[in-house]
Design a protein around this ligand. Structure first.
Ligand SMILES: [Fe+2]
Length: 308
């Protein structure tokens, strides 16, 4: 066979391969790209559903059923996401058997909010309250109960007393109990430190004690706000009463209790981002200013009087 014939044969083979590649691309490659784009689109939609608290899982199921998606998408993506949505729903909708018990004993229950989720609007928004109470505090409660299920002795101990002496907790459970027990207990105080008709300035014995320790109500508020604004990371800022009977502003990282240092908390603000990010994003100072509008001063005074 001459070299010219070989060259022509090679060109024909190359042409046939090229046609096959183009045809494969047209029938499969194009669909593959479309599937990928559809996959991304479906994921975005489902993510949005998830972000909207998964309130309408039934509707989400309906949407998935209506979508003209491939079996792959339905089985591998949509169902997985639906399951996540259902899990979210399970957490979001607090079951009646597992809330409303404020007795603070094992197994711990999710305490009722002392007001409706939207009652602190426009200062603290309803959406944040749902996430904060129904998800975050509930999550701490679940993990606290999980940890204590492995330590029967701790089940009968007073929660604050236990958290004040973490060295007495078995080492392998210590961090889990301190983090989640603290998160569980402090959030209950935080809810009660707020009320829809709150704000203004303290009065009575509380006002007298604050003026004695800080010079004036305004000076105390400035100091407290400054500490809350400048606190680095996730934690809490407190007004506490010391064993000597003085009031002071302090802060704690994570979920540590002031009782660990023998101080009794009177007032607390949550400066974890989950407390304000949905409404205020990075504007923590704005959150603090709004929070002052719902502070429950009578409750703070009650806590003070219990220590005098
Ligand atoms: Fe919080």
């Amino acid at each position: 066979m001459s070299s010219l014939t070989l060259k022509r044969l090679a060109m024909r083979i190359f042409f046939v391969i090229e046609v096959i590649v183009v045809l494969l691309w047209y029938f499969f490659g194009k669909n593959g790209i479309q599937s990928m784009m559809k996959l991304q689109y479906e994921q975005q939609l489902l993510e949005r559903e998830k972000m909207s608290f998964c309130q309408e899982v039934t509707d989400l199921q309906k949407k998935i059923d209506e979508w003209k998606v491939t079996p792959f998408l339905k089985e591998k993506v949509a169902r997985e996401q639906l399951q996540m949505a259902r899990e979210g729903e399970e957490i979001y909708y607090v079951d009646s058997e597992n809330k409303g018990d404020n007795s603070m004993s094992y197994p711990y229950k999710l305490p009722e909010l002392p007001y409706a989720h939207d009652a602190l609007e426009p200062y603290i928004d309803e959406r944040t309250m749902h996430f904060h109470h129904d998800k975050h505090q509930r999550g701490y409660m679940i993990k606290l109960n999980e940890a204590l299920s492995e330590w029967p002795e701790g089940q009968n101990r007073d929660l604050v007393e236990m958290l004040s002496h973490p060295d007495q907790i078995p080492q392998h459970l210590r961090k889990k109990i301190v983090d989640n027990g603290g998160g569980y207990w402090i959030h209950t105080l935080y809810w009660n430190n707020m009320e829809p008709a709150g704000g203004g300035d303290p009065t009575g014995k509380l006002a007298e004690a604050i003026e004695k320790s800080f010079g004036s109500i305004a000076a105390f508020k400035d100091l407290f706000s400054a500490q809350a604004r400048s606190f680095f990371g996730s934690g809490w800022v407190w007004l506490v009463i010391t064993p000597e009977g003085n009031l002071k502003v302090s802060s704690s990282v994570g979920h540590e209790l002031p009782q660990k240092e023998d101080n009794i908390p009177l007032l607390v603000i949550d400066v974890w981002e989950h407390a304000y990010y949905l409404k205020f994003q990075n504007r923590r100072a704005e959150y603090i200013e709004n929070w002052w509008q719902v502070v429950n001063w009578p409750e703070v005074e009650k806590r003070l009087l219990a220590q005098l």
